[in-house]
Design a protein around this ligand. Structure first.
Ligand SMILES: Cc1ncc(COP(=O)(O)O)c(C=O)c1O
Length: 476
């Protein structure tokens, strides 16, 4: 217990302690179904006589707040406030009962470490601050009068932004669409969530890449969806495996991140992209194309999205500004048949009544601005330098210990570690040395991998981060 008595206070120590525990019971620090510390250990912990703790517990017992049971110790009463018979909820049971599953414990641990301490961050899948187009965004926000409605906007998202997105996808992602078939979402993540919640039902089977984007996995599990894996090799997934999964499990949907895939950085070959669309038409099952990275090609090659090759309307296309502008804007979108988009918009209304107007306006003005093109040129150049630095550092510090494909775009590098190691121990040793990354089994079924993101740190930190990781690995 962190609490200590105030020895200068006029309130007796046993009363201070009783009050502290009473408040803790009210705010859930001491839940009703968990034992309180024994009198002896609590006395030692807070540096008082055991008789002081006994007096505090006596008082709490007389108030009906705690129960002392022979043998099982002292617990918070399930039936507190005595006479009034008002019960406090067992929050721990509620937390465990929800149908919406939590993230994997390792993922939670990584989030906590990133929030609490300054680490070299090779884990977070986003750009560093200095890669955001800050001066352009500053100019936009200071020049714009931001007039317009501040009420709830159109259920599909701001009409002007949707038209701008329609122009953007035509220019950069190779397909035509109209603003009526676009839903603005809170990042690509919300679009994926809406698809799973609205278009599938518990027990349905879907195909996903292995390894794949890990924040998706609990979303499928929470919705009771069965996931079957498509192994990713250096050219992406193998379409023949889709046919097998369809025959065996009647999969209802295929989720792909075909261009500079997270985490492998691979590009699904054009031949495979075409074959997948053929299979999708043959079986009548949609493909969800999650495409946050296609504009980051290091060779500046314009890559054909699945959607741009889709002639029959089989693809639901998802993207966002997270990996190319700024993650905190939370601007994403999904494009598909009007009826589907309206169904998803109806659900989004139930969840949040639409996206915040300010970031929609900011996104709109930036996408329309002249600076967008020059920003993308600078961004891609810098990402390539960082990728090269990461590859060089891996060669320098982990030569013969790691294998990886050199990604031609995106922000991640997927590394096989050719050494036996305990994944959690390696993560802990790395955190101790001030570097964090994503352990492979949070993203796929095969052991022995790690994902390093090269967009979140500058070249110097990337080098230092890989060096520290190599130290951690050597220490095992
Ligand atoms: C493949 C993929 N899809 C979706 C997302 C979610 O991104 P956001 O919701 O920020 O657009 C990410 C983020 O890491 C990703 O890598």
């Amino acid at each position: 217990m962190d609490w200590k008595p105030d020895r200068n206070s006029k309130i007796p120590i046993y009363k201070q302690l009783a009050l502290y525990i009473e408040n803790g019971i009210a705010d859930g620090t001491f839940p009703p179904d968990k034992p309180l510390p024994s009198e002896r250990s609590l006395a030692k912990d807070i540096g008082v006589n055991r008789s002081t703790v006994i007096a505090a517990y006596d008082e709490l017992e007389s108030l009906g707040l705690i129960e002392r049971n022979q043998g099982s110790g002292t617990t918070v009463s399930k039936d507190i406030w005595g006479m009034a018979k008002k019960r406090i909820p067992s929050w721990s049971r509620y937390i465990e009962a929800g149908s919406f599953l939590p993230n994997l414990p390792v993922t939670q641990r990584i989030h906590k470490e990133m929030a609490e301490q300054k680490l070299i961050n090779l884990a977070s899948g986003e750009l560093s601050q200095d890669l955001f187009p800050l001066s352009a965004l500053r100019e936009i926000t200071s020049n714009r009068s931001f007039i317009g409605t501040l009420g709830y906007d159109h259920p599909l998202g701001n009409a002007i932004l949707r038209q701008t997105i329609a122009n953007h996808v035509q220019q950069y992602r190779g397909f035509e669409t109209s603003s009526a078939t676009i839903l603005v979402t809170s990042g690509a993540q919300q679009a994926l969530h809406l698809v799973v919640q609205c278009l599938l039902k518990p027990g349905d089977a879907v195909a996903i890449e292995n390894p794949s984007y890990h924040y998706n996995l609990p979303v499928f599990q929470s919705a009771g969806i069965k996931t079957y894996y498509l192994k990713v090799d250096k050219d992406g997934i193998n379409p023949n495996e889709i046919a097998e999964l369809y025959k065996k499990h009647r999969i209802k949907m295929i989720f792909l991140n075909p261009i500079f895939q997270n985490p492998t950085g691979t590009l699904l070959s054009l031949e495979r992209r075409k074959k997948i669309l053929e299979l999708s038409s043959e079986f009548g099952i949609p493909v969800v194309e999650d495409d946050p990275y296609s504009l980051t090609s290091f060779s500046n090659e314009k890559i054909q999205t699945l959607k741009s090759l889709d002639q029959h309307g089989n693809v639901l296309y998802i993207s966002s500004l997270t990996k190319i502008v700024a993650s905190g804007l939370r601007i994403g979108w999904i494009i598909g048949p009007k009826a589907v988009i309206e169904r998803l918009a109806d659900a989004k209304q139930q969840i949040d009544f639409g996206h915040a107007s300010y970031s929609q306006w900011t996104a709109n003005d930036f996408l329309e601005s002249k600076q967008f093109e020059s920003h993308m040129r600078d961004l891609v150049k810098e990402l390539k330098l960082r990728r090269d630095q990461m590859a060089e550092s891996l060669h320098t510090y982990l030569k013969d210990v790691v294998d990886f494909y050199l990604p031609e775009g995106g922000i991640h590098l997927w590394c096989r570690i050719n050494k036996e190691f305990n994944e959690i121990q390696l993560l802990e040793e790395s955190i101790k040395r001030g570097v964090i990354y994503v352990p492979g089994t949070t993203m796929g079924t095969e052991k022995g991998f790690a994902r390093f993101t090269f967009a979140r740190e500058n070249e110097e930190n990337i080098r230092e981060g890989i060096k520290r990781f190599a130290d951690a690995l050597a220490s095992l």
